[in-house]
Design a protein around this ligand. Sequence first.
Ligand code: AMP
Length: 501
Amino acid sequence: MNIFQLLDNSARRYGTIGAVYRGGDLILGFDRLRERALLLAAKLGRYGRPGDRVMIASKNRPEIIEIMFGIWAAGMVAVPMNAKLHAREMADIAADCSPVLILASPPIARDLGPFFGAMPLIEIGGASYDAMMEGEGGAAADVRPDDLAWLFYTSGTTGRSKGAMLTHRNLMAMTIAHRADFDPVRSGSSLIHAAPMSHGSGLYMLPYIAGGARQVIPASGAFDAADFLELCKVHPRVAAFLAPTMVQRLRLEREASGVVPENLHLIIYGGGPMYVSELRRSLAAFGQNFAQLYGQGEAPMTITGLRREDHATDDESILGSVGWPRSGVEVAVVDADGQALPPGAIGEIICRGDVVMAGYWKNPAATADALRDGWLRTGDMGSFDEKGCLTLRDRSKDVIISGGTNIYPREVEEALLAHPDVAEAAVIGEPDEEWGENVVAYVVAVPGRSIDLTSLDAHCLDRIARFKRPKKYRILPELPKSSYGKVLKRELAEPGTDIPR
Ligand code: AMP
């Protein structure tokens, strides 16, 4: 079972119906997309064999779809890289996975030269790329479900980037779970790739190709809130994966511009915490058109989730949770010895099922650490309630231990964000001789407002236990974030960070 079949089936069924769009413009129908992917696959055979890696270094552009399916048709392994990485970081990934070819967009191709030496490199959209689309295509390679399809380099927020090995089975399980839980996907729908296709948005390409939906790549190749709202008027029944920070930007743009995204159908958010105060504001702005995913590169986008209908509540214990186990995924919360914990008890979240990766590329030590007896240890802490709804606390290494008591930063961040002047908040523990660690809050003001720390402190005292309340507050113009928009807490903790008080 080759994941390429998803495109193969849709090409037969939907023929000339539009599959790929740049902004509002049709680029390819399903039949042409399949044809081009097979032509590319035939040419990739000149560079390597099934199982070999092909790297992609590009911001979002229409060709990425034919490239991904071309790589799978060739039985090879796609290694999409975050376009915002430094050429040196891309070279590190190449050294790790030794690709037979790299396909790069023109600006990145120029930067890569000095770092990649003699490695074959083709500029996407250039003459050599066009030449790959000539001649005859063949049939798709026959692969086994456990063969690798995607080497998914983790964002590295917790250290060096590792290559999660995703198989055809993993990607199929993720595709089926999305259609079962969040969106059945029918022809006449669209997926806007607003977030990087090298990561979450690229994974969602699969259920939407399988369902005969349009893939829409914004003309700029990047997320722009105003452009996104306009695209929601042009394309039918729009779905998109957005990181929580992007949801906030979209909501602010919607409020400021008054533009109504008429065809917005589903915003799938996740990959980082969505705070309850923001979720409520976004629900008010866009209606009940949301689904939340909790997942990791290691179990691509699929551990637990909140479905659209789960959002029809004001219950904070649900809106602040990560929801229920996804279809085909078993989830448990365990103690340090791996024993399952009862509802209410906080422990490490583990999961198993067909979505769980095969391991980390060439890294047996990290693999043995992450995969035990078929279970993936997520490194996230959480607890179930009586109804089986999971609340994520924090990654185990982010938990603050002050005076021997565990304090979960997320809870303090939720309290801070409920203050009308606070736009962003991140809470960390800072070493302290007496307490072990102290709670320190970094906050960013809502544009045009200023934060009064006395009022913020009183607000926290009103909402959370005294011992959880930040001992220090620091106001920053913005929080340090990774290129995927995740807050980099370790940079907040670094000595020498410029901290205006
Ligand atoms: P990555 O592998 O880079 O996508 O990061 C995965 C991590 O992001 C998870 O282990 C969680 O710590 C965090 N994460 C993912 N989804 C959510 C969510 N819905 N809410 C809070 N944190 C999340």
